[in-house]
Design a binder for this molecule. Structure first.
Ligand SMILES: Cc1ncc(COP(=O)(O)O)c(C=O)c1O
Length: 396
């Protein structure tokens, strides 16, 4: 089946955070302007229709007319095992899979389960903001192994700093984001092994948030951390259908832990969560029958990213941007304009009325950056960039 991702599906009036969440968005401080004309391209969900097999599976669940307590059938686990074997050559055992009603939720559970107040946790900023809040709201110490950006806008790990931080007695955990949101890096096997080796030698548990792992450029490969290393005893991996198949509203994260002791501790703090019948039906459908859609989606996203890079080169040459290896976000450096981040914000959010995410939310390293989520119909992305470009004409 051919999907038409150019089609604009009106999401207003569907309780969408992106399209109906004005007061919440203003309260959270993302922007002061939000109205009928706003183009919201901030939070990471897609304005694109999902795979047909998923829609069929959900229809079938609705048609049954009863939505009671639901179990995890064998097919649920088989679908996960099948997907990760086929797509990432990763063998996952049935007992290693733990359902969580969300990834950020699982992250907070991991922090509580494996560290104590005052313990150090390493993250690599700029990074997805809930990593920071999971550490600070749980009163752990944030250790920032900041990523280093080179002149080409490519991000690198500072291994010396990482090792120094890992060696500190109070350091108990490292939260890895791979593919990395917002920089788009996919770490190589060598980088992953080096990080894992340092963590293992220093008794640091690794939490790998890999929920963007299926959304990579067509010429790139993603290797899960637990697959890259010889022993995954100190690794906890988050996988999810929410980003890959645009079902964030169905709350379906699967945590993979091969070490039985860690699994026991994590499960104890997590508690027992039954799934919704929609979640079970969705996961089975997408992991068994979603591949054709995903390949088309990836082609579409790659095309949009190419369009963005060309557009910026032509119309806003002072913006530094590169096509990310993974994720569907683009991380744009506005420092070339020589204006303050506040003025960049004013021009984009107020005047152009496009809602992105200010880079400072990802850590101070992101001060001059803007993050945009790209998986929307291309006509919408084009309009957003046209509007933004117009507001920067006088400083080009
Ligand atoms: C790296 C990363 N982890 C977690 C999440 C959120 O996942 P969930 O909605 O399952 O909590 C996002 C959403 O953008 C993300 O980018």
């Amino acid at each position: 089946m051919n999907y038409n991702f150019d089609e604009i599906v009106n999401r207003r009036g569907t309780f969408s955070l992106k399209w109906d969440g004005g007061s919440f968005i203003k309260q959270s401080g993302l922007t002061e302007r939000y109205d009928e004309e706003t183009i919201p391209l901030f939070t990471a969900d897609m304005d694109l229709p999902v795979p047909q097999p998923l829609i069929d599976a959900l229809h079938k669940t609705v048609d049954h007319r009863i939505f009671g307590y639901t179990i995890f059938p064998q097919e649920y686990f088989e679908a996960i095992q099948h997907w990760f074997k086929k797509r990432h050559d990763w063998d996952i055992k049935r007992e290693e899979i733990i359902y969580s009603p969300g990834t950020v939720y699982a992250l907070n559970v991991a922090v509580k389960a494996f560290t104590n107040p005052g313990d150090g946790i390493i993250i690599q900023r700029p990074v997805y903001p809930p990593f920071t809040s999971a550490i600070l709201t749980n009163k752990r110490e944030l250790l920032n192994n900041a990523l280093k950006v080179d002149d080409d806008g490519y991000y690198h790990i500072d291994f010396d700093d990482f090792e120094t931080k890992a060696k500190d007695e109070k350091t108990k955990m490292f939260i890895l984001c791979n593919p990395h949101n917002p920089t788009g890096r996919i770490y190589t096997v060598e980088e992953l092994r080096k990080l894992a080796d340092i963590c293992e030698r220093n008794g640091v548990i690794m939490v790998a948030d890999e929920i963007h792992g299926d959304l990579i450029r067509r010429n790139k490969t993603f290797i899960p951390l637990a697959k890259a290393v010889e022993k995954a005893d100190h690794i906890i991996t988050f996988t999810a259908i929410n980003k890959t198949f645009n079902v964030a509203g169905l709350h379906c994260t699967n945590v993979i832990i091969s070490n039985p002791e860690l699994r026991k501790t994590f499960t104890r703090v997590l508690g027992y969560h039954l799934p919704s019948p929609f979640t079970v039906a969705a996961l089975i459908a997408v992991y068994n029958e979603g591949e054709e859609w995903l390949e088309q989606l990836k082609e579409y996203i790659d095309g949009t990213m190419e369009w963005v890079v060309n557009f910026l080169a032509e119309r806003m040459p002072k913006v530094k941007v590169r096509i990310p290896e993974g994720t569907y976000v683009m991380w744009m450096d506005f420092s070339g304009y020589g204006i303050t981040p506040e003025e960049v914000h004013e021009r984009i959010y107020h005047r152009a009325n496009v809602l992105l995410e200010d880079g400072k939310l990802f850590g101070e390293e992101g001060l001059h950056y803007q993050r945009i989520c790209i998986p929307s119909p291309r006509p919408l992305i084009k309009e957003a960039f046209e509007r933004i470009a117009r507001e920067f004409e006088d400083v080009n």
